[in-house]
Design a protein around this ligand. Structure first.
Ligand code: FMN
Length: 152
C-alpha cells in the first residue's frame, strides 16, 4: 500500500515520531512547513491561540508530488490546545482525500488526539479517518496494531 507520512513539527518531537513510523511502516516522509516563525513556547501559545480563534488558513510552502498516488496517509502533528495546528487543516484543504485512509498521529505533553481526529474527519472529505495514535510512548506492536498490520 503506497504510504505518505506527512507531518508538521515545531520543535522536532513529531519529526522523530514520523521517522519512527517510517521505519515501522515504510512510506515517504513529507514535512509540512508554513511561513510563520512561532518563536518560543510562550509566543507560540499566543500566535496559535489567535489562529484558532480566527480559524485561519495558513500558507503551506511546499506541495506533495503525486499526492493522488498515495492510498494511505499518516498525518502527524503536535497537539496544540487539544487540537491539531491550523497548519494541518490548511495542508488538508489543498488536496482531494477522497478514498484515502488517513491515520492521524500526534505528540503532546499529555493530551490525546481525539479532538484533532474529529476535526480531521470533517476536513478530509471522502476519506476513512482512523483512530489517532499518540506516539510519545508507542512501541512497535502498538504501531502495527494501529495500522492494522498493513505495511507498504
Ligand atoms: C501552542 C502550543 C499548544 C500546546 N497545547 C498542548 C495541549 O493542549 N496539550 C498537550 O498535551 N500539549 C500541548 N502542547 C505541547 C506539544 O504538543 C508537545 O510539546 C509536542 O510534542 C511538540 O511537538 P513538536 O516538537 O513536533 O512541535 C502545546 C504546545 C504548543 C507550542
Amino acid at each position: 500500500m503506497k504510504t505518505l507520512i506527512a507531518y508538521y513539527s515545531r520543535t522536532g518531537v513529531t519529526r522523530k515520531a514520523a521517522e519512527k513510523l517510517q521505519k515501522a511502516a515504510g512510506g515517504n516522509l513529507f514535512e509540512i512547513k508554513g511561513t510563520k516563525d512561532y518563536g518560543n513556547y510562550f509566543t507560540a501559545l499566543g500566535i496559535a491561540r489567535k489562529e484558532f480563534s480566527e480559524n485561519e488558513l495558513l500558507e503551506v510552502t511546499e506541495s506533495v508530488a503525486a499526492f493522488d498516488s498515495y492510498e494511505r496517509i499518516l498525518l502527524g502533528f503536535p497537539i496544540w490546545f487539544s487540537k491539531c495546528p491550523q497548519l494541518i487543516l490548511s495542508f488538508v484543504s489543498q488536496y482531494d482525500f477522497g478514498g484515502k485512509d488517513v491515520y492521524p498521529f500526534c505528540t503532546s505533553g499529555m493530551s490525546g488526539a481525539d479532538q484533532a481526529v474529529e476535526l480531521l474527519k470533517a476536513a478530509c472529505k471522502g476519506a476513512t479517518v482512523h483512530n489517532g495514535l499518540r506516539m510519545n510512548k508507542a512501541d512497535e506492536s502498538t504501531i502495527q496494531k494501529w495500522l492494522g498490520g498493513i505495511s507498504s
